[in-house]
Design a protein. Structure first.
Length: 295
């Protein structure tokens, strides 16, 4: 596994100076530059080459706008934006381009609840979007990876497996975020959720997010908060155990924390959790290029 989060670079010349900070926390995964979509092709190649020479894995970039907007022109524009990111990511050697399923809600928020996205019709509509995204692209190093979210059908392992099988395309995969897959019953058995997920989806996981979840029982209705690893209910023996059995270069990112100090604490806790089960996050070093470990 390759751990990352907080630390990134926008240009190849910034990478060598970044390495000292990464090494201090046992990190070897970075996100793609925020400006990847606007980077010239040769700059994408150079960035990827420099990162590889430094023993870094470029793990992910994302398109965080609503793909299921009801506006056909906006939907087409956003699909093309994901395709552009995939082309640039392929040149850079970035492992995946992420999105959520999205929502047909009038607000055009990709996070908004929308009952149609829980239906078979909603699944069929998003299948068409996913296939349009990867249509005709020759991708060897990167893939389109969908992140689970509870406001769509794409959050239970059984439903995710069925959807990916229905899509039937090698370059449409899962960006695993187990916290985003927790339902009310799973909250009390996150080890069971992890076991079901890895049993069904190990061959489809492109990357992962690492965080934790805690139920705020003082709130009148359901309210779950993301918290530091170890301060919630996520069973990290089960989660890291499943990840450690996959591609040794699998990028795993912490996210959504407010300060560098919180990220540092999360990194330390994750290293201890990995040690506890006899696993490890790899330091900087050459990536394993074997096909069987790919996205």
């Amino acid at each position: 596994m390759r751990l990352g989060g907080w630390y990134s670079a926008e240009r190849a010349e910034d990478l060598p100076a970044l390495c000292e900070r990464l090494d201090a926390h046992g990190l070897s995964a970075i996100p793609a530059p925020n400006r990847i979509a606007e980077m010239p092709d040769d700059e994408c190649v150079a960035f990827g080459q420099t990162a590889g020479d430094l023993g870094l894995v470029i793990g992910e970039t994302g398109m965080w706008e609503n793909l299921m907007t009801s506006d056909p022109a906006r939907r087409a524009e956003r699909i093309e934006r994901v395709r552009t990111l995939l082309r640039k990511a392929e040149l850079m050697g970035c492992r995946c381009v992420i999105s959520l399923v999205g929502s047909g809600h009038p607000s055009d928020s990709m996070l908004a609840p929308d009952g149609s996205m829980l239906t078979a019709e909603g699944q069929r509509a998003f299948r068409e979007v996913a296939l349009r995204i990867v249509d005709g692209l020759e991708l060897e190093h990167t893939c389109y990876a969908i992140e689970p979210w509870r406001t769509s059908f794409f959050y239970r392992p059984e439903d995710i497996r069925a959807f990916l099988d229905e899509v039937g395309h090698a370059n449409v995969r899962l960006h695993l975020d187990l916290v985003n897959m927790v339902g009310r019953r799973d909250y009390f058995d996150t080890a069971g959720l992890a076991e079901r997920t890895f049993a069904l989806l190990s061959d489809r996981i492109a990357a992962a997010h690492l965080k934790d979840l805690r139920w705020d029982h003082e709130h009148m209705q359901i309210k779950w908060d993301e918290v530091l690893v170890g301060d919630g209910v996520m069973d990290y023996d089960a989660y890291l155990g499943g990840l450690a059995a996959l591609d040794p270069d699998l990028p795993c990112f912490c996210e959504h924390l407010a300060t560098e100090a919180e990220y540092k604490e999360n990194f330390a806790r994750l290293h201890r959790a990995a040690d506890r089960i006899g696993a490890r996050f790899l330091p900087r070093g050459p990536a394993d290029t074997r096909k069987e470990g790919r996205p």
